[in-house]
Design a protein around this ligand. Sequence first.
Ligand SMILES: NC(=O)c1ccc[n+]([C@@H]2O[C@H](COP(=O)([O-])OP(=O)(O)OC[C@H]3O[C@@H](n4cnc5c(N)ncnc54)[C@H](OP(=O)(O)O)[C@@H]3O)[C@@H](O)[C@H]2O)c1
Length: 339
Amino acid sequence: MRALSVSEPWGFDQIKVVEAPDPTPGPGEVLVRMRAVSLNYRDMLMVMGMYGRGSATAPAPITPFSDGCGVVEAVGPGVTRVKPGDRVASLFFQAWNSGPPTLEKLSSALGFPIPGVGRELAVLSQDGVSKVPDFLTDQQVATLPCAALTAWRALFEDGDLKPGDTVVLQGTGGVSIFGLQFAHAAGCRTLITSSSDEKLQRAKALGADELINYREVAEWAKPVREATGGVGTDLIIEVGGGGTIEQSMRAIKIGGHIAIIGVVAGPGSGFNPVGLIGNSAKLQGVSVGSREMFEAMCRAIELHRIQPVVDKVFPWTEVAAAFTAMQGGQHFGKIVLEL
Ligand SMILES: NC(=O)c1ccc[n+]([C@@H]2O[C@H](COP(=O)([O-])OP(=O)(O)OC[C@H]3O[C@@H](n4cnc5c(N)ncnc54)[C@H](OP(=O)(O)O)[C@@H]3O)[C@@H](O)[C@H]2O)c1
């Protein structure tokens, strides 16, 4: 079989397609023939050598990608959860079935430290795969394990969102577009920011209620407060990090919930936590989610016939071009590689 492989010197152009022996599933393992994988910001950092470096356990070379869709080709002894022919998604955490996160569960992420699914054949734990809704395409399934589950957990597992609540989504990347689709389906009011008016119109077509261009309106907390009668928003999907947290602190309502997810807006000028005293807001870090959460999310996707947004598709051998597109920020939703 062939697999993607990257090591020092890092970089999109350094990702190679290498030959490797076909793997065999051991006890409790499944052999999956991969059909599609999706790109996450984390994968981009990984192949640039900016993720998880310095760890004594860092595997080199890396096989990137946590998120994939494939078909079970064979199972090892003792496998009961899936059978040959089942279509499955790889799960971001291979050992987080349910319950709260622990160090052990969070140490089982695909791509790093566990070799990822950027390969024709992957052996995964039977706990690390999940069957998926039939109505989704392979490309759509490949978008679910990280971006979709992160948004789902932030909104409904940690955030305790209710119909009629207001949610702010930052930008139109993978996590935020899933957040928009889920919050809209749940009967929430959605406010989305973007650097592009054209992307904002695409978000409107998916149900966004209020649109804010953060390039034109750097202090976007103001329109959020205006749109909520001065109260502020119930929940914010905070993918910007240091560069956006100050505005989020101004936009959140008293007792609201800021889901701390990403870092795309750079480090910013420093975070002053004193505002939290006055507004009693909650800041909660999010790292994807469990298999149980993934299954709950898939039930909702099936019920509401939610269509994950696959914006660009590349052959997997053109992985460098796909990462270049992601780095350029031209995408809306997800970028997928077909195997
Ligand atoms: N904690 C977790 O479990 C978890 C899981 C998934 C992702 N993440 C992290 O979450 C972040 C987003 O991931 P993603 O996969 O959605 O990335 P993505 O698909 O690459 O989307 C990034 C988007 O961020 C938007 N953006 C950039 N600067 C911004 C700013 N100053 N204000 C608001 N939006 C801005 C851009 O939207 P426009 O083009 O519309 O301007 C861009 O398209 C990354 O840092 C990623 O590592 C964390």
